[in-house]
Design a protein around this ligand. Structure first.
Ligand SMILES: [Zn+2]
Ligand SMILES: [Zn+2]
Length: 259
């Protein structure tokens, strides 16, 4: 019997989850029938979730970025940090730079439960051209956070992405054992230490190429730890699929590549 805290909370919170899911489904049906207001600016957006103006404003990740961690670098080579401290993951695909208004959009799903956005995010990831992964997993939430929020945004996106890309998805393949505090102010090495041992693997991954979905890659400490656990379980390749990549934490601020 596998011990899966996230699964337990999922079922304990079933009535709440169902409300969310039914609410999300009803909203999706309405999305098809009624003209929408743009989720970012409130202007009419036809049948889309975003108006054309806001869609064009989303800060695309520059083409020149590190293939391992997606950090924008002038040369499109593996960045200095990935050379110095190679992460356990092999590659990262990111849709946007973590800047306005992409950050607002990600927050709207995460903290305001705008579940239809999960479909928009799944399509944005799909448009990147996905790697030939054998299995898709989602960055897990600690059961306490899952209980507060009622859903895991990465699972919601992963479920839709898996269906649209015909990938195998295991929503409970990873479990978060420790609720690590916000790491924003910590040095990168400290973040890696903090998340050590934070995840348990429940999926069979030996010999597989595993894709891991997460919303934002900041230092990559959590994704590194997940990839370390996957590699320990025999995964051959680990690719991160993220919506947004933050710029360097220190040094000149990167503002995205607005068209
Ligand atoms: Zn708009
Ligand atoms: Zn890198």
């Amino acid at each position: 019997m596998r011990q899966n805290g996230e699964a337990a909370i999922f079922f304990e919170n079933r009535p709440f989850m169902l409300q969310r899911v039914i609410g999300g489904t009803a909203r999706r049906v309405l999305d098809l029938l009624l003209p929408q207001d743009c989720r970012l600016c409130g202007l009419p957006a036809g049948k889309a979730l975003l108006c054309d103006g806001c869609r064009d404003e989303l800060p695309r990740l520059p083409a020149a970025h590190c293939p391992v961690c997606a950090l924008p670098v002038p040369t499109a080579q593996v960045c200095g940090r990935c050379l110095k401290h190679p992460p356990a993951f092999d590659a990262t695909l990111a849709v946007w730079a973590y800047a306005e208004p992409a950050d607002g959009l990600i927050h709207a799903l995460k903290f305001r439960a705008q579940l239809p956005l999960a479909g928009l995010f799944a399509d944005a990831l799909l448009a990147l051209g996905l790697p030939p992964a054998d299995l898709l997993l989602a960055m897990p939430l600690h059961p306490r956070r899952l209980a507060e929020r009622g859903f895991n945004q990465s699972v919601e996106i992963g479920r839709l992405l898996a269906r649209r890309a015909q990938l195998r998805f295991d929503a409970f393949g990873l479990e978060r054992l420790h609720d690590t505090p916000p790491q924003r102010d910590l040095a990168w090495s400290q973040r890696r230490r903090n998340v050590r041992g934070a995840f348990a693997l429940h999926a069979e991954v030996a010999g597989l190429h595993v894709a891991v979905i997460d919303d934002v890659l900041t230092t990559g400490a959590s994704l590194h730890e997940v990839a370390r656990v996957l590699k320990a379980g025999g995964a051959l390749t680990v690719t991160n699929l993220v919506l947004a990549r933050t710029p360097k934490l220190r040094g000149p601020r990167f503002n995205g590549n607005r068209p």
